[in-house]
Design a protein around this ligand. Structure first.
Ligand code: FE2
Length: 412
């Protein structure tokens, strides 16, 4: 197959790219189609590697209002609502909802998903369902599972044992939630336990870290310090870190040195963070999103995630990473022209670093032909015009296609 005249990674100049036997085999100008070779016209379109959802909760998705709506809009009422819904979980229920959400994501160009799965459940029903689903959908979606202790490691009965069991059942990453533990001491101990467990079992780490407006929530420094001391470095990710929004600048200045030494990744979730945070404020209300712009400026890796899709923590959501970037650029004040052009990296290349996908991810000769074609010649246009994914290919096989809708103004 030959894709003609397409803007690869949104580059100004269009190129041609050939896919043979499921691999990118040639990138260049004026490539000629071989006899019978399929041709795709990429004029005014951009070619990107697949979108990556670096932070979502597939086990909770599509449950908003069941059995109760989160009326306060806080993280903590969300956890209460979910605790009730969790009582009636079955494997079939989890798989059916997660599969629906994956299909929504696939229609938006996503081919990789890191999902947190609540393991504060003595039956580990959701985890078992997700490990099965990971295998069932692998031809169209690569799933990474985080063993996520939603109700704490030290503050939930047998929390440590459940986390170990989850890792032994096949979780790819170890999670923690220090800001939800009963005490600060428990928070520190939970992070130590999670990272040491990951080191022992050679797993990645993704911590729900300081997802609170409390400026005294300091889980991040413990995560970064242990990542450094255990030699885990960029195997570790701190998700949310919304308290960092409220830290005093002198503390951030000191903290940044440790963050750079630790080389940990960050995932920010602008849709859900702006919705859940600032709920204890009157006015002014804090935006509640971590310091994305400053972290990037210091050379740290940051990606954007959707976090929740129609669940107790977020009542909306289409699973579209483009929506996340759109809001994230506003709330992080990253609206410079170059920042907008480059913002696709927050849901592609940067997320690939977080998921440890290595050099096999990306548009280059020799890699698997995993890619999407967006109906825009750059990401500025894609965001501004809410451009669709026209095609999504995995190993050169078409997974999704869309015909753009055409509107017509009937006045002059
Ligand atoms: Fe989350």
């Amino acid at each position: 197959m030959l894709i003609k005249n397409i803007h690869i990674d949104g580059k100004e100049m269009a190129n041609d790219i050939r896919i043979t036997d499921g691999k990118f085999t040639e990138i260049g100008e004026n490539l000629n189609a071989g006899p019978g070779e399929e041709l795709v016209d990429g004029t005014d379109c951009m070619l990107l590697p697949p979108m990556i959802e670096s932070h979502v909760h597939l086990d909770t998705c599509l449950t908003a209002g069941d059995p109760a709506w989160n009326m306060s809009g806080t993280l903590f009422e969300g956890i209460e609502c979910w605790a009730k819904r969790k009582e009636k979980l079955s494997k079939e229920d989890v798989k059916e909802r997660a599969r629906r959400a994956l299909r929504m994501q696939a229609a938006n160009g996503v081919q990789y998903v890191r999902t947190h799965v609540d393991i504060t459940d003595p039956t580990l029903t959701a985890l078992e369902a997700m490990t099965e689903l990971r295998e069932e959908v692998k031809d169209f979606m690569t799933i990474q599972i985080v063993a996520f202790p939603q109700e704490g490691i030290l503050s939930y009965p047998n929390g440590k044992e459940l986390l170990v069991k989850a890792v032994e059942m096949g979780a790819d990453c170890v999670g923690a939630i220090p800001h939800f533990e009963f005490t600060r001491e428990y928070g520190v101990e939970s992070v130590n336990f999670a990272l040491e467990l990951a080191a022992k079992y050679d797993r990645l780490v993704d911590v729900h870290c300081d997802e609170i407006d409390d400026e005294a929530s300091r889980g991040l420094e413990t995560v970064a310090c242990r990542a450094l001391e255990l030699g885990l470095f960029d195997k570790v990710t701190a998700s949310h870190t919304t308290a960092m929004h409220s830290y005093n600048n002198a503390y951030v200045n000191r903290l940044m040195r440790l963050l750079k030494m630790s080389r940990i990744n960050f995932v920010s979730n602008p849709l859900v963070n702006t919705h859940l945070q600032g709920r204890c404020d009157t006015y002014p209300k804090r935006r509640g999103v971590t310091r994305v712009k400053e972290l990037l400026a210091e050379g740290l890796n940051v990606s954007f995630g959707h976090d929740d899709v129609f669940d107790p923590w977020y009542p909306l959501g289409t699973g579209n990473p483009r929506d996340v970037v759109f809001l994230g650029l506003h709330v992080c004040q990253m609206m410079g022209y170059e920042e907008i052009l480059d913002s696709y990296k927050l849901v592609t290349y940067n997320a690939a670093r977080t998921l440890h996908l290595g050099d096999s991810y990306g548009i280059r000769e020799g890699n698997d032909a995993d890619c999407i074609i967006l109906n825009a010649k750059n990401f500025y246009q894609a965001l501004n015009e809410k451009s669709s994914v026209l095609y999504s290919y995995k190993k050169g096989k078409l997974l999704y296609r869309e015909t753009p809708a055409k509107g017509e103004l009937l006045f002059s």
